[in-house]
Design a protein around this ligand. Structure first.
Ligand code: TNX
Length: 519
């Protein structure tokens, strides 16, 4: 981040101790349990990270990631050691194991005067615990340069924490406006402290195709060359896509590639005339309408195309899901829609993947265990019926209600970017809902989690994306992680204020919503 910003941060040497947020206010999403003790733990140049003598490689990796993160702002060596560390230099101890009941992503963080001891059943849990430790450190720990003279202390606490839902995601649309690998990596970095674990990358839509497909090269070279507004677009090579998958995986985030079909396909239809029912390629599209394009259900080449594309993408994707979108197919008959979605699903199954799609795909024949992402708004009966159908068919629902979780909606009428078709979505609106009760008739047992999409018709680059996503993404993350019992708007707004200096130090752009008393 820009070094100038770090100097505006109230660092650990700040004399006004009362101005510091409490430990509970600093950790977002709210942990299951956080007990504050008296005193602090102070790290020094002699501090180490101890993984014990028998550390598994994934534990060691979490320790090395933490060390690398801490070295930058502290300038300390942060050696990773395999057991035997003692003394009062202040150390971090990481171990897989510990108490039961923490699920596959939970952790326990026990900070006393000599050590911060993290235990978790899995490396994912350790990684989440590291995020809590990170948030308990001074905001300048986020800086990209050495913070000379700073004191690196954390309060003594006991945290036990496990997520409410197993799937907590963000979606980024790189089809409407292309984002470079570096821009996408920035977004992944910003997701990490929020304990999000799923990243849906929207790779193809009417305005652009953003992933090189070897068997259909013109998709990227022609269909990806421009973007909304007609400005130059771009695409990822398969090597770059693998790099993004790996970058996410290194942050304990699973990447779900999303190729929208059978609608939202103008970029593909423009690239290959034979995909069109009339054999004529339409011009590339640079506007912002939806629902006008469709693959051609009656042509055999359509199924060859689906097979080639989805097989290549499946081979590039280690995660269990590939998304076929399936929304707003307004130019496809119901029968053709089912035929093409079912064909896509069969191809995914043959490639060892499960289908992920918007809730409209429930109208086809989704298999048990596939994901239906719900983006309906309050009172939308047809959408609610499809969500109920998805649950009845054994799908896992992911809640992304447009009137709460669409981060491309304007905050208020003066927001310089964004859309308002689902209404204005203030920071308060984005947090004021319950995933479990949002859709009547969908049992909580069918709900896998939450998803916060950013569509980018109006967002030309990652700066505006961050401005729309932060702080609202934090609210969606908190809804997905924290118990409904802990849901508290006033407390949440204070938690957000505590994040501001961290985002500033990290260089994450965010919107200073008026309902928050920003620091
Ligand atoms: C609806 S939501 C869409 C997207 C648009 C978005 C704009 C959904 C599954 N489809 O194609 O980009 O609205 O807010």
């Amino acid at each position: 981040g820009p070094p100038a910003l770090a100097s505006t941060v109230a660092g650990p040497s700040s004399t006004s101790a009362t101005a510091q947020p409490s430990p509970a206010q600093r950790v977002l999403p709210t942990p299951t349990s956080l007990v504050t003790r008296t005193g602090t733990l102070t790290f020094s140049r002699a501090s180490v990270i101890d993984v014990g003598a028998h550390a598994r490689p994934d534990t060691l990796q979490v320790a090395q990631d933490l060390a690398a993160f801490l070295r930058t702002p502290t300038g300390y060596p942060w050696r990773v050691v395999r057991g035997g560390s003692t003394g009062d230099a202040g150390r971090v101890v990481l171990a897989v194991g510990g108490p039961s009941g923490l699920g596959t992503e939970g952790y326990r963080l026990d900070v006393d005067g000599t050590s911060a001891r993290l235990t978790a059943p899995t490396a994912d849990g350790l990684f989440h615990g590291v995020q809590t430790l990170r948030q308990l450190m001074p905001p300048s720990v986020e800086a990209a340069t050495v913070q000379a003279g700073a004191t690196w202390s954390v309060p003594q606490v006991l945290v036990t924490d496990t997520p409410r839902y197993p799937l907590r995601g963000a979606m980024l649309d790189v089809a409407r406006h292309f984002m470079t690998v570096g821009e996408v990596e920035r977004y992944l970095d910003a997701m990490v402290p929020l304990k999000l674990n799923t990243f849906v990358l929207h790779l193809a839509d009417d305005q652009g195709w953003r992933l090189a497909i070897r068997s259909w090269p013109r998709l990227a070279t022609y269909g990806g060359a421009i973007e909304t507004g007609g400005t130059p677009g771009g695409y990822y090579t398969q090597a770059q896509f693998r790099q993004l998958v790996a970058y996410a995986a290194a942050r304990h985030i699973t990447l779900v590639p999303q190729i929208d079909l059978p609608g939202h396909t103008n970029a593909a239809l423009a690239s290959y005339a034979q995909l069109n029912c009339d054999g004529v390629a339409p011009p590339r599209y640079t506007g912002t309408d939806v629902g006008f394009s469709s693959l051609c259900a009656s042509k055999p080449v359509t199924y060859r195309f689906l097979d080639d594309v989805l097989s290549e993408i499946s081979a590039l994707t280690p995660g269990r899901y590939v998304s076929i979108g399936g929304d707003e197919a307004h130019s496809t008959t119901a029968a053709d829609y089912t035929k093409m979605v079912d064909a896509a699903q069969r191809i995914l199954h043959r490639n060892g993947k499960q289908m992920w799609g918007w809730h409209q795909t429930a109208a086809a024949d989704p298999a048990r265990g596939s994901v239906a992402a719900y983006w309906g708004t309050a009172g939308s009966d047809a959408d609610i019926a499809l969500a109920q159908e998805a649950a009845a068919k054994g799908e896992r629902l992911v809640m992304a209600p447009a009137d709460h979780a669409y981060l491309d909606m304007k905050y208020d009428a003066s927001t310089p970017y964004g859309q308002d078709w689902a209404g204005l979505v203030s920071v308060t609106d984005s947090y004021t809902w319950d995933p479990a009760t949002l859709v009547p008739g969908v049992p909580d047992s069918s709900i896998a989690g939450v998803l916060a999409p950013v569509w980018t018709e109006t967002l030309p680059s990652i700066g505006p994306v961050e401005y729309m996503a932060f702080p609202r993404l934090a609210g969606i993350a908190q809804l997905g992680w924290s118990t409904q019992r802990s849901h508290d708007l006033e407390a949440y707004l204070v938690q957000l204020a505590a994040q501001a200096p961290r985002w500033e130090a990290a260089g994450v752009r965010f919107y200073r919503a008026p309902e928050v008393a920003w620091r």
